[in-house]
Design a protein around this ligand. Structure first.
Ligand SMILES: [Zn+2]
Length: 456
């Protein structure tokens, strides 16, 4: 009887030892888990503290950000006002130098524009390209020239959301990170172009700085106003090309129009072509096209640099010549090629005694929707919600115009645009900004860069 008991005892003791061993292992694992958890909690707390410090610093500097916005909005920088564009560029240049960036001004004489500003910082960590532009659509002779407080958190001014506000967000976010010592594990290149609204030609020269910056970078962030909705950001943009339609007809006395040997004249033929464009291109889902300028008559002159011209004609003379300029926007190269084919077919189907020629020029490439862009959007959305701000979703590409980031997007693993100042009425005299979006979007941009700098 001893033996069984003995064995039982042995067994029990083995069991106990094994239980003890398991307990010890479990305790160790628990202890490790608890340690890891508490390290994690600690990390989250530290992270939260850092992000709160960012928000606090941005808020403290808000009067400065607003003052800087007012200053640049009050300087006319219509694309063709080269001294104005450069003046705005040199103000930002100085602001970047004050926070330790290397800067350079690239003269624009090779592409007939004012030039571009480039500012760089850092020698380790992920490489982020931040894109802005200095020019606006409001030229020196425009009536809309100055910054105004409108009350109800609204401010107005030419280019305030498109996109001097975005430029100020870039500077303010980087200055905040620099002040808090958070800019050492990230490499930044800021490019503010001087010709976003009217690109210098040839495009491969004027956009070289953006393409080179994008080839260098891992991530591209654009600070345009997107569709001016704080609840959206841009992961895909349509590309565009501009076109010129030149039409000629047979001049004669108006009383003879429609005669077999005289025909319809240049203006009727232009109207036919444009109407056919409208009817047939409306079948393309993501496409828009727009004739922006038309000049017709007996004699016309068109000056590209003025985006305008003169016409002479009389109501009793059949129009001899017409020119129409416009653009076409698509989400893919294929859609563009298909549309161009349709347009050329319409143009070649001339009314009698008229002829027409349609020329397409270089344009902006489409920014395709990619997983990387979606991932960046998800990060940005998470940041916005963690701050108690809006949920952010992708903007419908039909609602976002082309932008410089389109030249960068295909060269980086992640790209996101529409991070700028929000408001309404871009490109019109009613352009206004919502001041509350200035602080929010500086907070979000600074925290996004900080979080990207922590990513391994
Ligand atoms: Zn813009």
């Amino acid at each position: 009887m001893k033996s069984p008991l003995f064995f039982t005892v042995i067994y029990l003791s083995c069991f106990c030892m094994s239980v003890n061993a398991q307990t010890t292992n479990a305790q160790t694992t628990n202890a490790q888990t608890t340690k890891a958890q508490s390290a994690n909690v600690q990390r989250v707390n530290v992270q939260r503290d850092v992000e709160s410090a960012i928000v606090e610093q941005v808020n403290k500097d808000m009067p400065l950000s607003l003052q800087e916005l007012k200053q640049v909005v009050n300087i006319n920088s219509g694309t063709m006002n080269f001294p104005g564009v450069k003046k705005v560029g040199l103000i930002f240049k100085q602001q970047f130098e004050q926070i330790g960036f290397d800067t350079k001004w690239i003269e624009g004489s090779d592409f007939d524009r004012a030039g571009h500003l480039v500012a760089s910082y850092g020698d380790r960590g992920p490489k982020i390209l931040m894109i802005g532009h200095l020019d606006t659509v409001f030229e020196a002779n425009d009536k809309f020239q100055s910054f105004k407080h409108l009350g109800n958190n609204l401010i107005s001014g030419p280019g305030i959301i498109d996109m001097k506000g975005g430029d100020v967000i870039i500077v303010s976010a980087l200055r905040t990170l620099k002040k808090l010592g958070l800019l050492d594990n990230v490499r930044i290149q800021v490019i503010m172009t001087g010709d976003e609204e009217r690109s210098g030609k040839p495009l491969n020269v004027s956009k070289k700085v953006i393409i080179d910056g994008a080839k260098w970078a891992d991530i591209a962030l654009g600070f345009e106003n997107g569709d001016s909705d704080i609840k959206t950001a841009v992961v895909a943009r349509r590309g565009y090309v501009s076109w010129l339609l030149e039409v000629t007809g047979k001049p004669a006395h108006s009383s003879q129009i429609f005669r077999e040997d005289i025909g319809y004249g240049a203006i009727f033929e232009s109207a036919r072509i444009l109407n056919d464009f409208r009817e047939q291109l409306s079948n393309f889902e993501m496409l828009t096209f727009n004739p922006g300028l038309i000049i017709g008559g007996t004699e016309i002159t068109y000056q590209e640099e003025k985006a305008g011209g003169d016409a002479f004609g009389k109501s009793n003379i059949i129009a001899k010549t017409t020119q129409v300029t416009g653009d076409i926007r698509t989400l893919s190269y294929k859609e563009l090629a298909d549309a161009q084919k349709v347009m050329q077919e319409i143009v070649s189907d001339s009314l009698s005694h008229t002829s027409a020629k349609l020329t397409f020029f270089e344009g902006y490439p489409p920014m395709a929707r990619t997983d990387g862009n979606e991932k960046l959007l998800a990060m940005y959305d998470e940041i916005s919600q963690s701050l108690g701000y809006e949920k952010i979703v992708a903007v419908n590409p039909r609602r976002a115009g082309a932008a410089d980031i389109s030249f960068a997007a295909e060269h980086v693993s992640m790209a996101l645009d529409g991070l700028g100042l929000m408001g309404a009425g871009a490109h019109t005299k009613d352009e206004v900004a919502d001041v509350t979006s200035l602080g929010k979007n500086i907070h979000k941009a600074a925290i996004l860069i900080h979080r990207l700098s922590l990513a391994k």
